[in-house]
Design a protein around this ligand. Structure first.
Ligand code: F6R
Length: 607
């Protein structure tokens, strides 16, 4: 959600800024801009709407002017305040055109600040960030670093900002509260960025800034301060966790990530379950079992939330522990009654989702036990939790979350089995789950072979503008997740309902042109679902069934996608690959940008 990047050193900053801005583009691709300067105070400001490639083309046209800007700031925008226009594109500047600012976050009191600043300055954009640049001008005390502190004291967060003072181009300053920021020293200078993905394969180590810290980048080095005092910071090594994103043989990253699911699942289980002895074998889970936990509260957003609801049912069914799931953006405004016997689990692919992070802060302040299930190593949520497990699904660079959901589900199920064994020790049943779990990656691998069938179905179904996704019990949540993917990737309207709920209202919408995707594996709920499907067919509805291979009820559906057989508890895994591929194929039919869906960004760092 907006990416910022800055460089100060001996080389021309323009190529660095453009290259690493591309690496941050998943944080927003509404517009992009750079401001570069050299020690002679010659500067270049360039902005373009939409993708970074548009900015690169614009910059390329100015080739002859591009030498020797050895300092610069850059931004890729996910619009919050103001439309996608060049005026609203960062970097923003003060009225005297001396101070240039890039910002990730939302300045919540920007209206109040703007009202005051408008008495002195004329605003050219609708952004909250322009307020920061005007505030720097108003409060400037001849030292950009001490001015920064005065400015941040006035801001009601959230922000990660980097500022250049045109009159002192050898220094670049940054500050953060809420939004992430890292700094590192490279071969030719010092760098600042929103996250580690910008630097994969180029830096050896980096430093993460904490809230309320500020940083000064100067002479190829950086100094971090907190409350005016220098802070000695630890550095973290960049290792091969930060692999360079590469599409390989696939047209899109999203498809590549879906195809990685079987190996991601193996990875998420590896080292946690001993498939030979059929035992859970993980130090963190053993340590967790030392706590007297009688309740679990789970906080997440979006796809992570849907995975959580399935996980909560596993905690209840398998481990016999009460578990409640909260949408993080809502949970923040509910009354919080802390409990020492509750385990608070925070689940996030990015480890940066603002609502989840804010909740975590509050729960920690109350001294409760926090556990993170996070994919991005070293992310804010991962660092803040008392304990946790990584989902280890590898880099998930573009917007739609797929392979990580499967890894999250694997972690949740492993946790529930571990907690259950700790309480109940019914080894025989646990062994049955573990046995089936071991077979699962191969089964999911087999599902990828249905790609061509799904392509044909997507061609047929891409003419429809509305879909219902139906599922019962745990599969209702899978239906929610898969309908979210269709909306997100193809911009086609899709809603999920529990199968039996349709006749309580939504059935009124059913026509042959409003198809239903019915997830209905062969289990004890199948026949109940069939009754509901018959009700749809009686009204000439079109039904695509997602059913167990070999199910003899196949003929009641207009079309089917088949799933392998597995233990009932594992069925939430099965519709994911085929229905995600279905969404991808529909999006392709409709000519959408699958990796960069309109209006969205990865890593939602604003509330
Ligand atoms: C949907 C999607 C989002 C994220 C949500 C939470 O495909 O990717 O709904 O799941 O924004 O993100 P994390 O898991 O990073 O907290």
């Amino acid at each position: 959600m907006c990416g910022i990047f800055a460089y100060n050193g001996t080389q021309n900053s323009v190529p660095f800024l453009i290259e690493w801005l591309r690496n941050l583009e998943y944080r927003g691709y509404d517009s992009a801009g750079i401001y570069c300067i050299n020690n002679k105070k010659e500067a270049l400001l360039e902005k373009a709407i939409w993708k970074v490639s548009n900015l690169a083309t614009k910059v390329e046209r100015n080739k002859e002017k591009l030498d020797n800007y050895n300092s610069g700031i850059a931004h890729t925008r996910w619009a919050t305040h103001g439309k996608v226009t060049v005026e609203n594109t960062h970097p923003h500047y003060s009225q005297n055109e001396r101070f240039y600012v890039v910002h990730n976050g939302i300045i919540e009191n920007y209206m109040e600040l703007k009202e005051h600043l408008q008495k002195k300055y004329t605003f050219y954009s609708d952004t909250d960030t322009e307020v920061v640049s005007k505030l720097v001008e108003e409060l400037f005390d001849w030292d950009i670093f001490s001015t920064l502190e005065k400015v941040t004291n006035k801001l009601v967060w959230a922000y990660a900002i980097a500022i250049i003072d045109k009159e002192n181009p050898e220094t670049l300053v940054g500050a953060k509260l809420g939004s992430p920021m890292i700094v590192w020293i490279g071969e030719n200078g010092v760098f600042l960025s929103s996250d580690i993905n910008a630097i994969s394969n180029v830096a050896h180590e980096f430093t993460t800034l904490e809230d309320n810290e500020t940083v000064e980048l100067k002479n190829g080095n950086y100094t971090v301060y907190s409350l005016g005092e220098v802070v000695k910071k630890e550095t973290e090594e960049v290792d091969d966790r930060f692999e360079k994103a590469d599409k390989g043989i696939f047209e899109t990253f999203t498809e590549k990530e879906i195809h990685e699911i079987p190996s991601v699942l193996r990875n998420a289980l590896k080292g946690r379950i001993n498939f030979e002895t059929k035992e859970i074998n993980n130090e963190t889970l053993s340590a967790l079992n030392e706590y007297d936990i009688d309740n679990i509260e789970i906080i997440a957003s979006g796809s992570s939330y849907f995975a959580w609801v399935v996980g909560a049912s596993w905690f209840k069914e398998v481990a016999q522990i009460k578990a409640e799931v909260r949408i993080s953006s809502e949970f923040l405004y509910e009354t919080f009654i802390p409990s020492k016997r509750t385990l608070y689990i925070f689940m996030s692919q990015s480890g940066e989702t603002a609502d989840v992070r804010e909740w975590l802060k509050m729960v920690k302040q109350k001294g409760c036990l926090t556990f993170g299930i996070v994919n991005v190593v070293g992310s804010t949520i991962a660092r803040m939790c008392d304990m946790g497990l990584y989902s280890h699904s590898g880099i998930e660079i573009w917007v739609a979350s797929t392979k990580n959901i499967v890894a999250q589900l694997a972690v949740l199920l492993t946790m529930s089995i571990s907690m259950w064994l700790n309480r109940d020790l019914q080894m025989k049943d646990a062994k049955a789950y573990i046995e089936k779990l071991e077979e699962l990656p191969n089964k999911l691998e087999g599902q990828l072979e249905q790609k061509n069938t799904i392509k044909v179905l997507a061609k047929k179904y891409s003419k429809y503008s509305n879909f219902f996704y139906l599922g019962k019990n745990l599969l209702y949540w899978t239906a929610c997740e898969c309908s979210l993917k269709l909306k997100e990737l193809s911009y086609v309207h899709a809603e999920a309902y529990s199968t039996g709920e349709l006749k309580h209202g939504p059935l009124a919408l059913i026509t042959p042109d409003f198809p239903v995707i019915a997830i209905n594996p062969k289990n004890e709920l199948r026949d109940k679902n069939i009754s509901n499907i018959k009700e749809i067919k009686a009204r000439s509805g079109t039904v695509l069934g997602v059913i167990t291979a070999g199910d003899t009820t196949k003929e009641i559906y207009d079309d089917v996608i088949e799933m392998p057989k597995t233990h009932n508890i594992l069925t939430p895994f099965l519709p994911l690959i085929p229905l995600w591929l279905f969404s991808v194929e529909i999006a392709k039919e409709l000519g959408k940008d699958i990796d960069k869906p309109q209006n969205l960004a990865k890593s939602v760092t604003v509330e």
